[in-house]
Design a binder for this molecule. Structure first.
Ligand code: AHG
Ligand code: MN
Ligand code: MN
Ligand code: MN
Length: 338
């Protein structure tokens, strides 16, 4: 890439300002906060193992999960970067029990709220497998000048102004959408900028990869079990058996399937009767991106994830997302076995 062909994330946002005319630069400021925090986490992750950033923090989050040190660092880094720009009036996070009023509610004149999973795939940190950050942006519903309230956070995913993820993999990428397609930017640490590398990402209509933790097979709903067997049956005409790929980091599994085509499944299981993934800061932002890339995201037969009305901050839902034809096939198995 030469300097004449590089388009940085900042330049791209300015060039597409027309996509969100009502955002008088605030969304750009919000993205600059996310960019900065992502660069900090990129730096820390690339030192994990050398500095004391791996391992458990010793605390437990509201989910009952053991927090990794990086969970806490990333949570604090994104909160601080967003608060500093004064364009976000509240944040919900996997690592926060309740939503956080920024600067004790002093950002009450801001019009956006952010929901985030600071580190997705935390269990992979200590074994050098890729992890991510997921973010979701909404306009507040409560009056500007007041403190944020539940109505600002319990909005259906269709109301998202923007959503995206950072994947800290063989390279660090930021992939996002404001509802006008999906674009991917690769971080160049020598320049300190995210460069447009995957313009207008569209996921193949049909993929050959299915991603699920088959260790939970015995507890899956009957329709999911039958779909998994369908994926494994020899059928040359439909290029089956498919390939099973599961990294255990939602962002990584989704990113690969977006590019290659594929389906990701996290059904209800014995341990997670409503599914494991959290609606507000995992399922909704990923569903937004998958749909913008031409795929589908459902939580049960006939139920689009984005149309769910949230009822609690950390609620979990079953999650099936990816290539349209594959989600269609799965949905038929769910209908047939409902
Ligand atoms: P998080 O690390 O943010 O808690 O999310 C972990 C999620 C998701 O990233 C991944 O796909 C899934 O948990 C893996 O769950 P299992 O280990 O139960 O398969
Ligand atoms: Mn977690
Ligand atoms: Mn997660
Ligand atoms: Mn997480």
């Amino acid at each position: 890439m030469t300097t004449s062909t590089i388009q940085t994330l900042g330049e791209f946002i300015i060039a597409h300002q027309k996509d969100y005319p009502e955002a008088s630069g605030e969304l750009s400021a919000l993205f600059s906060a996310i960019k900065l925090a992502a660069k900090v986490i990129h730096r820390e992750i690339n030192k994990a193992g050398l500095v004391n950033i791996a391992g458990l923090s010793g605390d437990e989050n509201v989910q009952g999960e053991q927090q990794m040190k990086l969970d806490v660092l990333a949570n604090d880094t994104f909160k601080a970067a967003l608060a500093a720009r004064g364009v976000v009036c509240g944040i919900a996070s996997e690592e926060e029990d309740h939503y956080v009023l920024l600067d004790d509610g002093l950002n009450t004149n801001s019009k956006y709220i952010v929901m985030m999973d600071p580190v997705d795939g935390s269990s992979n940190i200590d074994v050098n497998v890729s992890v991510g950050t997921i973010f979701s942006v909404y306009r507040r519903r409560s009056p500007v000048g007041t403190k944020v309230s539940d109505e600002d956070f319990f909005q259906p995913g269709t109301e998202q102004v923007a959503a995206g993820y950072v994947i800290y993999g063989s390279s660090t990428m930021l992939v996002y959408s404001t509802g006008h397609g999906v674009n991917g930017f690769t971080y160049d640490p020598t320049l300190g900028v995210f460069c447009l590398s995957h313009p207008n990402m569209q996921t193949p209509e049909l993929g050959l990869i299915y991603s699920i933790n088959e260790g939970n097979y015995v507890h899956f709903p009957e329709g999911v079990k039958k779909y998994i067997k369908y994926c494994q049956v020899e059928d040359d005409a439909s290029n089956r058996p498919y390939t099973s790929r599961y990294i255990g980091s939602l962002v990584s599994d989704i990113h690969r399937n977006l590019i290659y085509g594929g389906i990701y499944l996290y059904p209800s299981s014995a341990r997670y009767p409503n599914g494991k993934l959290r609606l507000l800061y995992e399922c909704n932002p990923i569903a937004f991106l998958v749909e913008q890339a031409g795929g589908r995201a459902i939580c049960k037969e006939g139920q689009r994830v984005l149309e769910l009305k949230p009822t609690s901050l950390h609620q979990r839902v079953p999650f099936f997302a990816g290539s349209k034809a594959m989600v269609d096939d799965l949905e038929q198995f769910l209908f047939d076995n409902a």
